[in-house]
Design a binder for this molecule. Sequence first.
Ligand code: FES
Length: 162
Amino acid sequence: MTATYESRYEPWDETRGAEIIAEHAEQEGATLVILHALQDAFGYVPEAAIPMVAQALNLSRAEVHGVFTFYHDFRHKPAGRRVLKLCRAEACQAAGGDALAARAEAKLGVSLGNTTPDERVTLEPIYCLGLCATAPSAMLDGRLIGRLDQKRLDALVAEAQR
Ligand code: FES
């Protein structure tokens, strides 16, 4: 059975998006700040927001889009209720990260970068969490987890699915 869960994000709304953009338009590094603020509010950066950011900052759409695509952290579609990020950078790969990522994909039934059909869990790659000494590492909704093994990964996936 497929269930839909209440999102912790606001639904995309152009007026609200314009407010957020205006709030941060004068800040240093405004493009990045605004993209983060939009994602914090809506859970992703809606395609429609890109030209709005460009206009507010007097940049081209391509420039804003370039920033958006450069950072792996920005999403172009809404995330699930929980976001599980698995580190795919070198130290974590060397410590068995590939097998753990494949295991998480199999358990959730989605590949990295996707959300389960019931919208419970988004599984994403991330490139170094600063926890290389305790690799392989992950992050569940902002909470860092190191020293992952199959057992700990299974527990993490189960927690994300709750
Ligand atoms: S490489 Fe994974 S935490 Fe640094």
